[in-house]
Design a protein around this ligand. Structure first.
Ligand SMILES: [Zn+2]
Length: 55
């Protein structure tokens, strides 16, 4: 992901994050990459293929 001329603070905020874990939304797992919602048993995003980083 790159946005060479973007100086939007929201983009900066998103770019500075390191999405290694699920977001949650409406008690579901939400992909931090594409925003796809998944059930609690999901281990990776079936939409974009993102998976949480292994610790
Ligand atoms: Zn995704």
């Amino acid at each position: 992901m790159s946005a060479p001329e973007a100086s939007d603070p929201i983009d900066d905020f998103l770019a500075s994050r390191d999405p290694t874990a699920w977001e949650t939304s409406y008690n579901k797992k939400q992909c931090p990459d594409c925003g796809g919602l998944h059930g609690d048993t999901a281990s990776r995003c079936s939409v974009c293929g993102w998976a949480p980083a292994a610790e």
